[in-house]
Design a protein around this ligand. Structure first.
Ligand code: GLP
Length: 240
């Protein structure tokens, strides 16, 4: 793993953007993540496209995950989050942005459809990841299969709690999701993981220095040959 240390969230966002900017012309399929962490980097991407310093017209995007039960019109869906934070400002056409359908009648079959879609696009060239404070990537919680494919998963109660900040209250947070599996994520050509803040420090340490174990799903990234971690000082504060 290549580790880039940043001073704080702003610096992490800039440094992560510099990594992405350099690779962007060679990326056809960009894997995206939700959550607060990548938003600063997305803002840099938006500015660069608006100033004609970057081009995304060739891109397909595939997101990691979506809550089950929320349609694309639901303000709390990851689709809406991405539309507001990135797809809208970038002017990406609907047919080039992809997320699992949270309101699919058969969520299991939707997982398979999404997996096939990724294959039909030629696979993910670069996958952007955040990390949960319990070490989850996408919605692959501790205990997940380390070679799993896109499927239906239960959210850990700590994840429901952490994500409640985006909802009116905790009861509204869906308890299940469709997520790319760890096996799916590991097939990306490259991975760019971002982490910021003290509450991620333990997960970051386990990911980089811990043994590869499903107790810390992000530790699976140690098996990938091309991972860049951009993390701020607080997120790196528990490292040896
Ligand atoms: C969510 C997402 C993850 C994300 C993580 C951290 O549950 N499914 O993809 O990386 O939580 O979110 P944040 O960046 O807001 O800390």
């Amino acid at each position: 793993m290549h580790i880039i240390e940043a001073a704080d969230y702003e610096d992490m966002s800039l440094k992560a953007w510099e990594v992405l900017q350099h690779k962007l012309p060679r990326i056809q399929v960009l894997g995206l993540a939700t959550g607060g962490t990548p938003v600063g980097m997305y803002d840099h991407l938006i500015k660069a496209v608006q100033n004609k310093q970057a081009d995304v017209s060739h891109l397909h995007t595939v997101n990691l995950d979506e809550y089950i039960g929320l349609s694309t019109c639901d303000p709390n869906s990851y689709y809406m989050f991405m539309k507001e934070k990135l797809f809208g400002p970038l002017g990406l056409p609907e047919d080039k942005v992809h997320l699992p359908h949270g309101d699919a009648e058969n969520p299991q079959a939707e997982g398979k459809r999404y997996e096939d879609l990724i294959q039909s696009l030629g696979g993910v060239d670069l996958q952007v990841l955040g990390i949960g404070k319990n070490g989850h990537i996408g919605f692959n919680e501790p205990g997940s299969e380390m070679d799993g494919r896109t499927s239906v998963v239960q959210l850990a109660s700590s994840t429901v709690e952490a994500n409640a900040r985006f909802f009116e209250n905790e009861e509204e947070v869906p308890k299940t999701a469709i997520t790319m599996g760890i096996g799916t994520i590991l097939e990306a050509g490259e991975i760019l993981l971002l982490a910021s803040g003290k509450n991620k420090a333990h997960a970051v340490k386990c990911m980089i220095e811990g043994e590869v174990t499903s107790y810390c799903p992000a530790s699976a990234l140690q098996k990938h040959p091309k991972v860049t971690v951009v993390a701020d000082r607080e997120a790196l504060s528990e490292m040896n």
